[in-house]
Design a protein around this ligand. Sequence first.
Ligand code: SF4
Length: 327
Amino acid sequence: MPPLLRVHDLKTYYFGFRGSRVVKAVDGISFSLEAGATFGLVGESGCGKTTTCHSIVRLLPATARIVGGRVELEGEDLMEKSQGEMRAIRGRVIATILQDPMASLDPLFSIYDQVAEPAYYHRSLRGQRLRQRVRELLTSVRIPSPEIRMKEFPHQMSGGMRQRIVGAIAQAGGPKIIIADEPTTNLDVTIQLQYLNLLKDLQRASGAALIFVTHNLGIVAKMCDKVAVMYAGKIVEMQSVRGLFYHPKHPYTRALLDSMPKLGTKEPLCAIPGHPPDPASLPTGCSFHPRCSHAMERCRSEEPWEQRLDDGGTTKCWLSIQEAERE
Ligand code: SF4
């Protein structure tokens, strides 16, 4: 049986005017997602997480192009689907929750219209059955008085309610995969945890798999089974969440973990020195070498290959490769 979703050597680049500037936003990443699992994509802003998600559903801006690799949904290559076939897949099989709910909600349509639309198109519900389904979906995301609220418009909702309604819309088509791209970024800290718990409950109830994009390792620990750490368009480490937190292999992963605040200690936070590289002019060799305290001569000139770990994970670092060669 093929996995539910398999991304293989995916490359998505942005092109400037007449190819003047090429930004390798996603550069040869591979991972797979099993039914019902939660996969985390983590990394600093601009590392390619969001472009990865948009590539999966083939919703890229005009300046971006998928230049290589495959995205397989239950064994079928999504790159070979027509735009019409992709429209049928979006919402019915793969749904997305974006970080800004106002970018997903149309201010001119009522909540009822927006929640009903995917159920109408993808599940062919009509009349009272459609109304009943909208009521159930709003109840499932804990919108109080759903019968009244469904007649209202997005501007009449709080930020937390809008994001919950986006969650209801994502569920409406009964998808097998939900891609949540930093869904808590615009929420108050006090309601972030409530929203994460709600997402988990919805996932358990529906059995959908979840791709969770975040820069917050605390959220990864709470939500995910497996996690990929991205840096400069590449996956530099992929492990089970337990493996990543207890046995991180890549210096960038370790630096991310060291930069997290820890309860009960007064130690200062360890910031990662320097800045993420300009994606249009990446450093030679390992892209992390200008910021890595372990960088060696080889790191500056040769890019490390992907090394398989004993537990099925992967990492890309000369240190780990040398360690394995010595054993
Ligand atoms: Fe650091 Fe070298 Fe490993 Fe890159 S390959 S993370 S520079 S040790």
